[in-house]
Design a protein around this ligand. Structure first.
Ligand code: TLP
Length: 343
């Protein structure tokens, strides 16, 4: 039985054509700034995100942490959604690396409300931490792949600017948001001092993320990347995969979104299963009321369907579509799930 891996879009493997592009890439030592392929990727992404400069980093986590490190001093506070990736999935990096703390808000499917953000900004007073950064995630992972309306992002950026905070956009899945909404990446990134996107999720590259911003911030980011051990040498071999991903794998994200909707429809037809949120991109949560997600994913695995518990709510399972699963695969996965939950 062929396993169908819906745990994450991070599980995708580089295609033969992508590997071919990697093998042909001109290379140099990127610590000297001499890798032509890394330089090309950085220029492409600076342009894509409408910023002066960009920096290739090892992972989405590194992009997030370098960005937060650049924008804060110890004792500062980062306003973000309670499901934000740096709060939940980065090994406690905010306090451990930079001595900063999150101020978490309960967004609607992870999407923050400008009025609530403004109310959370601390007044200037020696008792309080300094509210320094507003962090947003688009699409929002824990929000079930939710997409920010551009107007909301603009309103959040306006609050941040007016109150003297920098905004950071965790765009690990920004191209999913772009394809789902039709909003260009640079428009989403416009009000953000720094913005990232990740190549090793739905875009299908094996490694890497980009962080973009003004020249001074990106120079600071280079120093922090070095400090974290993330300055790489002939990393053009990886940047080539990222360029290939941007050139070939963006428009096709629409297929992943369609497959996620087809999967949601098939799952919701199973008695005792509901889909609590609209499916906007390639992530979806299925609710199995009264059952344990941890127990269920073990049963699914035995039937050749790999998925993860959502983690906050005990009866929610997360399914993620990506370029290595087809429409037939997701429909077959739904049939196997039906078999697993049947009384
Ligand atoms: N998310 C992963 C896991 O870490 C949970 C996943 O499978 O969804 N920002 C966002 C919004 C992310 O979803 C992720 C990865 C990251 C940052 C971190 O990227 P990596 O894994 O490359 O460090």
């Amino acid at each position: 039985m062929k396993p169908i891996d819906l745990r994450s879009d991070t599980v995708t493997l580089p295609s033969p054509a992508m590997r071919e592009a990697m093998s042909r890439a001109p290379l140099g030592d990127d610590v000297y700034g001499e890798d032509p392929t890394v330089n090309r990727l950085q220029e492409l992404c600076a342009d894509l995100l409408g910023k002066e400069a960009a920096l290739f980093v090892a992972s989405g986590t590194m992009a997030n942490q370098v960005a937060l490190g650049v924008l804060t001093r110890p004792g500062d506070e980062v306003i973000c959604d309670q499901g934000a990736h740096p709060v939940n999935f980065e090994g406690g990096a905010m306090p451990a690396l930079w001595g900063i703390q999150p101020r978490t808000l309960k967004g609607e499917r992870g999407l923050l409300d400008p009025v609530e953000v403004e109310a959370a900004i601390r007044p200037e007073n020696e008792h309080f931490p300094r509210s320094r950064v507003l962090e947003i995630e688009n699409t929002h992972n824990r929000g079930g792949g939710s997409v920010y309306p551009l107007e909301r992002v603009r309103a959040l950026a306006e609050v941040a600017r007016r109150r003297g905070l920098d905004m950071y956009l965790d765009g690990a899945r920004l191209m999913n948001a772009v394809v789902a909404s039709g909003v260009p990446a640079r428009d989403y990134a416009e009000g953000a001092t720094l913005a990232s996107l990740c190549f090793s999720k739905g875009l299908g590259a094996p490694v890497g993320s980009i962080l973009a911003g003004d020249r001074d911030r990106i120079r600071d980011a280079r120093r922090l990347r070095k400090r974290l051990g993330g300055a790489m040498r002939q990393s053009g071999v990886l940047a080539a995969a990222a360029i290939f991903a941007l050139e070939n794998n963006v428009a096709r994200l629409a297929e992943d979104h369609d497959n996620a909707r087809a999967l949601a429809a098939a799952l919701s037809a199973i008695p005792g299963v509901s889909i609590p949120h609209p499916v906007e991109t390639n992530l979806l949560f299925a609710c199995f009321p009264g059952r344990s997600a941890v127990g269920l994913v073990a049963r699914f695995r035995a039937l050749g369907v790999l998925a993860n518990p959502e983690g906050f709510q005990p009866d929610l399972v997360r399914f993620v579509t990506h370029l290595d699963v087809s429409r037939d695969d997701v429909l077959e996965a739904a049939r196997r799930v039906a078999g697993a939950v049947a009384p």
